[in-house]
Design a protein around this ligand. Structure first.
Ligand SMILES: Cc1cc2nc3c(=O)[nH]c(=O)nc-3n(C[C@H](O)[C@H](O)[C@H](O)COP(=O)(O)OP(=O)(O)OC[C@H]3O[C@@H](n4cnc5c(N)ncnc54)[C@H](O)[C@@H]3O)c2cc1C
Length: 418
């Protein structure tokens, strides 16, 4: 191993929010930092997040914020103590980007854009001396422990004093993070929890209208794929009834309410082979009222026009009932009314991780020192979504990625001077 040097050159591999945050901290501490990235430019997923308004963080108090990280909350808490939602907002303001709190408590830049923030950030990093080596795909270490990079000019070997990996998870691989690091680290004795889709969509199982399933009947998919359902409430094992909205896809469901329940649904499928959720199609109405309206004499009207006029059910909700209930169930008022308030839907698989918003699994915290250094590989630090944590959407992903980037950088700086 090379001698330690308090102002050494450092390789940060991965130029997402975690790697860039680490670069900022280390450059400020006087280190010579180079950010390597496989892509022609950094921050591609960050820019994509900007298409949805760039939900930077959440304004809720610290305790519930930390609780969003579920089983990993104890590991994430110390990272967030050093860099929480308020700190993130101050940091953005320091780059000239003011933020606001939306009605849901989520925090966004005032212009809802990622590009101006990333531009100002990169400008400040370059001014602090950070170097960028693009089109450098890290492929592992050679036998002398040099970092190996595939570049357009062939292989390049780099021997920094310390390395910080911020390679992201495995979602949206076209933006750079493909999870190829899992095998590389596992081969070096690093304990990595398998990567799974998080905040993801799901494929449905068999439906009444498509008994030979799985999947929606062709009729339902053709008519309703791409359409949002709202208002609706969803509940499943471990996920209490919550109102919101989601979207139907050609093979299943996706969108914010589904993402919120996704870790529970994924675990259920892993455990039992399928997951069942229940939908309340009329969350604003009590069950008794729904039953009374369904039972109201309908004269010569069709059942569909009766439900439309008495309960304002739109074509999508009607279509969903026809898709999931048998004819007999549709014609029995008590069963139909009960189903509108508690409609079971079976899911058979999460969509692939490549389509997910984020990734669960990654380098286990037990494989790391408190400073986020790999115990199996001294001098190699890890940050961001490649760590084994998951959280719902709401700004928690970016906040934890950035907070862990800062923590790993601090750990690295301390290791160099120790
Ligand atoms: C559609 C979408 C919308 C999102 N919206 C939000 C949001 O509004 N709010 C929120 O909090 N989160 C959001 N997220 C999640 C958030 O963007 C990620 O959690 C965050 O970007 C993770 O940061 P990271 O630095 O760990 O990894 P990444 O941002 O994935 O960066 C990893 C970097 O490593 C590079 N890399 C990977 N492998 C190699 C290699 N072998 N060699 C060299 N470089 C490599 C990649 O090119 C990439 O630049 C969204 C995600 C998606 C997909």
């Amino acid at each position: 191993m090379q001698p330690k040097d308090p102002t050494a050159d450092i390789a940060i591999i991965g130029g997402g929010p975690a790697g860039l945050m680490a670069a900022e901290v280390l450059a400020a501490a006087g280190h010579a930092v180079t950010v390597f990235d496989a892509k022609p430019s950094v921050g591609r997923k960050f820019l994509l997040a900007g298409k949805g308004g760039l939900n930077l963080t959440h304004s809720e108090p610290f305790e519930p914020f930390v609780a969003r990280f579920g089983e990993r909350a104890t590991h994430i808490e110390p990272l967030l103590r050093s860099f929480d939602g308020d700190a993130l907002r101050d940091w953005a303001a320091g780059l000239g980007v003011e933020t606001f709190v939306g009605t849901s408590g989520r925090v966004f830049p005032k212009d809802l854009k990622a590009a101006p923030l990333l531009r100002a950030w990169l400008h400040r990093l370059r001014a602090a001396g950070v170097k960028f080596a693009m089109r450098h795909r890290w492929t592992g270490w050679d036998h002398d422990a040099a970092l190996r990079f595939d570049t357009p000019d062939g292989e390049r070997l780099v021997t920094p004093h310390a390395t910080l990996l911020a390679l992201g998870g495995a979602s949206w691989p076209q933006l750079g993070s493909d999870g190829a690091w899992v095998e590389r680290l596992a081969a070096r004795g690093v304990d990595v929890a398998p990567l799974h889709p998080a905040n993801c969509g799901f494929d449905v199982g068999r439906t009444a209208a498509h008994a030979e399933g799985p999947g929606w009947s062709e009729r339902f998919a053709t008519e309703f794929a791409g359409q949002p359902i709202k208002p609706v409430a969803l509940e499943t094992e471990g996920f209490a009834n919550r109102a919101g909205e989601f979207v139907f896809t050609a093979t299943g469901i996706e969108g914010s309410l589904v993402y919120a329940a996704s870790s529970r649904l994924r675990e259920q499928i892993a455990r039992t082979g399928s997951a069942t959720l229940h939908l309340d199609l009329l969350p604003q109405l009590a069950p008794e009222r729904v039953l009374a309206e369904v039972k109201h004499p309908r004269g010569s009207r069709s059942l569909s026009s009766h439900l439309k006029s008495r309960l304002h059910l739109n074509p999508l909700k009607l279509g969903l009932l026809h898709e999931l209930l048998t004819r007999e169930q549709m014609l029995d008022p008590a069963t139909l009314a009960a189903a509108m308030k508690h409609l079971p839907l079976t899911l058979q698989a999460p969509r692939p991780v490549a389509e997910a918003i984020s990734t669960a699994g990654g380098v286990r915290f037990e494989a790391l020192t408190q400073g986020l250094m790999l115990k199996a590989l001294p001098g190699v630090f890890v940050a961001g979504e490649m760590l084994d944590w998951e959280a719902p959407t709401g700004g928690y992903l970016l906040t934890a990625s950035m907070a862990s980037g800062r923590a790993a950088a601090a750990g690295l700086a301390a290791w160099l001077t120790s």
